[in-house]
Design a protein around this ligand. Structure first.
Ligand code: BGC
Length: 496
């Protein structure tokens, strides 16, 4: 879709709001009545959404395997997701990312879609096997060229590129050769790949190393439901996670050594988000303890340079093996912390147990969005950053992902009225604003996702985009939420 079409469509959607306002105004039949109506329509100060900080960074996000397609082009090697998605029974609708959004060829149009939202930042990921088809060794310059073209296009449109190095598409060659994250050879290969990118993708000033360790290690190596589909026992699983933490630390150092001065680096983690079930000082403290302990396996060791005593005691004989030197590398200071926040994972209360907290069971009636795991708890985007900032003394947090799936049917008039997504976003953004107003250092927000895409094991059955994608024709149509988000970005506030 061309930039013009997308802008026109967005304007049309925004026009719906204007229409509503015009209908309200008609009720007033003289100037005085007009003024009165305007007075009545002005929200009382308490209802008015406070604006975000002037330099707040609004963005949107995607990842390579979920949108690029072109899996056999320009020398790209296979990733574990190519193999996994082609294995019968692994993906709910039997689909693969072979074609996905054809973003590899349509990236210019997609940058126009980003621009039409008015956002100033775009978080995308780099497919490691495009750049190193064998995982290490000989690079493939054509793979890098694609990302340089993308970055140039973003910069030409006034959009700051935020690159993620690992959004789950591990080169299959590394999985085959050394068992992927089961080996620290993969950590070292990741550091080399990171250095290569930092030195050559010079338009990028901010780099996320790994995305959602909490998910891809557990799901891919523990439960076998994500690529590479392994079900390792606890000790090996903990070791694999340790290798990812080591990869992160090595990459931070490699990027500092090879990238342009001032390149910023951190991880994007789906923090195990703990929320006080009832807000009391005791429960807040319990949520803090829980947040530290339940994130000790990655965020904790990265930000503290050590595993907590609680984590090591709980793991017992299954604890990861590590050296003091590895911990030093893992604990290399980061420039920011990215938090992917969708749903509250744990509601906790204080407890007399040694741990100091208790995790409450979820009632089956707890509401969720169009993905069952996506429970609606907007306060999570207040508590998780607030607690993380306090525990680890963080001064820069990005919400590196937040968003929701929705049914997203096309109405008879061709529009997608995703009111549930707007409800979700409005509530989450309100809670994020609350955190910022209280001084929690959230500097930016990346809405997941720019457009519908390959939603991993759900295939194309779950839609997370601001733009609806017809995967047959590849047409992109802005949903009503795109107009909502554009409005938030434009006003730098939720509502008026
Ligand atoms: C991931 C995305 C995914 C999204 C929605 C996050 O776990 O980083 O790749 O599409 O959530 O499930």
């Amino acid at each position: 879709m061309s930039a013009d079409v997308s802008r026109r469509d967005l304007a049309k959607l925004a026009g719906l709001a204007a229409l509503g306002a015009a209908a309200g105004a008609k009720a007033a039949d003289n100037k005085a009545a007009d003024n009165k109506a305007a007075d009545n329509e002005t929200p009382a100060p308490a209802d008015r959404a406070a604006p975000f900080p002037k330099d707040f960074l609004w963005g949107t996000a995607t990842s390579s395997y979920q949108i690029e397609g072109a899996v056999d082009e320009d020398g790209r090697g296979k990733s574990i997701w190519d193999i996994f998605s082609h294995t019968p029974g692994k993906i709910e609708d039997g689909s693969t990312g072979d074609r996905a959004n054809e973003h590899y060829h349509r990236y210019k149009d997609d940058v126009a879609l980003i621009k039409a939202l008015g956002v100033k930042a775009y978080r995308f990921s780099i497919a490691w096997p495009r750049v190193f088809p064998d995982g290490s060794g000989q690079p493939n310059p054509k793979g890098l060229d694609f990302y340089n073209r993308l970055v140039d296009e973003l910069l030409a449109n006034g959009i700051e590129p935020y690159a993620t190095l690992y959004h789950w598409d591990l080169p299959q060659a590394l999985q085959d050769r050394v068992g992927g994250w089961q080996s620290s050879d993969t950590s070292k290969a990741f550091a080399d790949y990171s250095a290569y990118i930092a030195a050559r993708l010079t338009g990028v000033k901010t780099i996320f190393t790994v995305n959602e360790v909490g998910r891809f290690v557990n799901f891919g190596y523990g439960w076998g439901i994500d690529a590479p589909g392994l079900k390792l026992p606890a000790a090996q699983l903990n070791q694999a996670r340790h290798h990812v933490a080591l990869a992160h630390g090595l990459a931070v150092q490699a990027i500092r050594a090879s990238g342009r001065a001032g390149t910023r680096v951190g991880a994007a983690e789906n923090i195990a988000a703990c929320v006080p079930a009832i807000v009391t000082p005791e429960n807040i403290r319990a949520a803090e303890i829980a947040t530290r302990e339940l994130n000790a396996g990655f965020l904790g060791v990265v930000l503290e340079g050590k595993y907590t005593d609680g984590f090591l005691a709980y793991a017992g004989a299954d604890a990861p093996k590590f050296t003091p030197d590895e911990l030093r590398i893992i604990g290399t200071p980061n420039d920011f912390v990215g938090l992917n926040i969708y749903a509250p994972q744990y509601y906790v209360t204080a407890s007399d147990r040694a741990s100091g907290f208790r995790v409450l069971p979820f009632p089956t009636s707890f509401p969720h969005m169009n993905s069952e795991w996506l429970r609606v708890g907007p306060e999570v985007i207040y508590w998780a950053p607030r607690l993380a900032a306090k525990i680890w003394n963080i001064d820069t947090i990005y919400i590196s992902e937040n968003g929701t799936s929705s049914e997203d049917k096309i109405s008879a008039d061709g529009q997608v009225y995703d009111l549930d997504r707007i409800m979700f976003l409005r509530n989450y953004l309100t809670q994020m604003q609350r955190a910022i107003a209280e001084g929690v250092p959230i500097r930016g927000y990346f809405l997941w996702s720019l457009m519908d895409n390959f939603e991993w094991i759900y295939g194309y059955g779950k839609r997370f985009g601001l733009y609806r994608v017809d995967f047959e024709t590849q047409a992109r149509v802005p949903k009503l939420s795109a107009a909502f988000y554009r409005d938030v970005v434009m006003r730098n506030a939720i509502g008026v």
